[in-house]
Design a protein around this ligand. Structure first.
Ligand SMILES: [Fe+2]
Length: 267
C-alpha cells in the first residue's frame, strides 16, 4: 500500500458520513450520471468544498465560497479570517502530520502503544475539525449578494422534513439553540441527516470528537468554540448563536440534505 493510497483510504473513512466518503470524493457528477438529470440532487457548495478538502490524497484547506467580511455584521471579518486561515488550517496541517507520523510508527520494529494512542486521538480530533469546519463554513451565506441574506425560514425538502419531525422550524431552532448554548466548554451542535430511519437528529459534541451517528452526515452545525465568537461577542455565546441564525444558508442546507438523502437512501 502506497502512502498516497493510505491517505485516500483514510479520507474515505474519516469523513463524517463514512458511507458517503467515496461518493463525495468522486463528486456530485457521479451522482447525476446514475439518474435522469431532472431527478439529480442539486449542486451543493458543501459537496464542492468537501471535494476540495483533499488534493491527491493529501488533506487541504478548501476556499470559502465568500470573502471573510461577507458575514458582517453578524460574524466579523477578523474572526472569519482567523477561524479559516489559522484554526481550520491548523487542523488540516496537524491531520497530515499525524498521518505521516503514523506511517513512520508502523515502520518501527515495535509500535509504541502510547504514541499510537496519542496519534489516533490526533487523527480523530483533526479530521473532525477539518470536516466540521468545512461543512460549517459552507452552510453560511454571503450577506453582500442580492438574495444571499440567509436566515429566515428554511424551505425545500429540509424544511418539510424539519416540520414533520420537529413540529415547526421554530421548535427545531429552539431545540438546536438550546443544545448549542449548553455545550460545556468547546464543541459543536450538529443536526445530522440519519439515513437508516430517514431522520434529522441533533447531537452535541465536545471539542471535535464527533460522537457521531455512523452513516449520518452533518447538514447544519454551529461551532461554539470561543475562537468562533470571542472577538465580537466575548463571553456572550447566546448572542453569537442568535447572530449565526441570520447567516444560515438554508438553500445550501436543503441542497446538502437532498444530496445526502439521495445517496444514502439508495444504499
Ligand atoms: Fe472552529
Amino acid at each position: 500500500m502506497t502512502d498516497s493510497f493510505s491517505r485516500r483510504d483514510l479520507i474515505a473513512h474519516t469523513l463524517p458520513a463514512m458511507a458517503l466518503g467515496a461518493a463525495v470524493l468522486s463528486g456530485v457528477d457521479a451522482l447525476a450520471q446514475d439518474k435522469p438529470a431532472s431527478a439529480a440532487a442539486p449542486e451543493s457548495a458543501v459537496m464542492k468544498m468537501l471535494a476540495a478538502a483533499q488534493k491527491d490524497g493529501v488533506y487541504s484547506l478548501p476556499k470559502l465560497p465568500y470573502e471573510y467580511a461577507a458575514l458582517e455584521p453578524h460574524i466579523d471579518a477578523q474572526t472569519m479570517e482567523l477561524h479559516h486561515s489559522k484554526h481550520h488550517a491548523a487542523y488540516v496541517t496537524n491531520l497530515n502530520k499525524a498521518i505521516d507520523s503514523l506511517a513512520k510508527l508502523r515502520d518501527e520494529p515495535e509500535i509504541d502503544a502510547a504514541k499510537l494512542s496519542a496519534l489516533s486521538r490526533d487523527i480523530s480530533f483533526n479530521a473532525g475539525g477539518h470536516i466540521l469546519h468545512t461543512v460549517f463554513f459552507g452552510t453560511m451565506t454571503d450577506q453582500t449578494k442580492p438574495g444571499g441574506g440567509g436566515g429566515g425560514d428554511g424551505d425545500g425538502g429540509v424544511h418539510g422534513a424539519i416540520n414533520s419531525q420537529y413540529g415547526s422550524l421554530d421548535k427545531f431552532k429552539t431545540h438546536f439553540t438550546k443544545v448549542a448554548a449548553g455545550v460545556k466548554g468547546s464543541g459543536w451542535a450538529i443536526a445530522w441527516y440519519e439515513p437508516v430511519a430517514d431522520k434529522i437528529l441533533i447531537t452535541e459534541s465536545g471539542d471535535q470528537d464527533l460522537r457521531m451517528i455512523p452513516g449520518g452526515m452533518p447538514i447544519l452545525l454551529i461551532d461554539v468554540w470561543e475562537h468562533a465568537y470571542y472577538l465580537k461577542h466575548q463571553n456572550k455565546r447566546a448572542d453569537y448563536i442568535s447572530a449565526w441564525w441570520n447567516v444560515v444558508r438554508w438553500s445550501e442546507v436543503d441542497n446538502l440534505y437532498r444530496n445526502v438523502k439521495s445517496m444514502t437512501r439508495r444504499m
